[in-house]
Write a protein that binds this ligand. Structure first.
Ligand SMILES: [Zn+2]
Length: 194
């Protein structure tokens, strides 16, 4: 958490998220991932948590590390390198609000063991869509791993899927401007894109 604050990845203030939530904290992991040494510390830390899990450890040689977009790639490659897992790939979107997809010829094999990796889990929408996409091809999602877990009142519930995170960010959330104490106190609000 210190490393994330020092690099400006965790910011205190008054923020409006794209889904309308207001909060007193904002997190942008990429600001910490700019520095290779920090990226290394964070992804090696996460890989150690994963390796400590006996089920994950047993499947490392055949494990695919899959990210919902390019934002999760530094973590995905860092974790893959530290674990010596089988491969890394990622999804993208042709249009900003279009469906998530994989590049042509990038297909899972039925039964492939897939660990979903991203820098942060906040709304969980991207990771939930990635999970559906991966499972549609007959691959098996074996877990979820992120650097930061930032639960909000709108976070998707992944049920019993094993979930690994390095740190948890517990901000104060308001469902909209009308119920926001920071708005009531006249604190200037910053809109965040992601
Ligand atoms: Zn507010």
């Amino acid at each position: 958490m210190q490393l994330l604050r020092k690099t400006g990845a965790i910011r205190d203030g008054h923020f409006e998220y794209p889904n309308g939530l207001h909060a007193n904290e904002y997190m942008q992991v990429q600001l910490a991932m700019r520095y290779y040494q920090h990226a290394k510390v964070l992804s090696v830390g996460l890989s150690r948590l994963l390796r400590a899990n006996t089920e994950i450890r047993a499947m490392i040689p055949e494990l695919s590390i899959v990210s919902p977009d390019t934002g999760g790639l530094p973590v995905a490659y860092g974790v893959c390198e530290a674990l010596r897992a089988h491969q890394v790939y990622w999804a993208d979107r042709k249009e900003e609000h279009g469906p998530m997809r994989f590049r042509q010829y990038l297909e899972q094999v039925p039964g492939e063991k897939v660990l979903l990796v991203d820098d942060i889990l906040r709304s969980g929408r991207n990771l939930a869509e990635l999970k559906r996409l991966v499972e549609a091809s007959g691959a098996q999602v074996v877990g979820l791993a992120v650097i930061i877990y930032q639960p909000t009142p709108k976070t998707v519930d992944f049920g019993p899927l094993p979930f690994h995170y390095l740190a948890k960010l517990e901000g104060v959330y308001y469902k909209d401007a009308a119920s926001c104490d920071l708005c009531k106190r006249g604190v200037p609000v910053e809109k965040v894109w992601i």
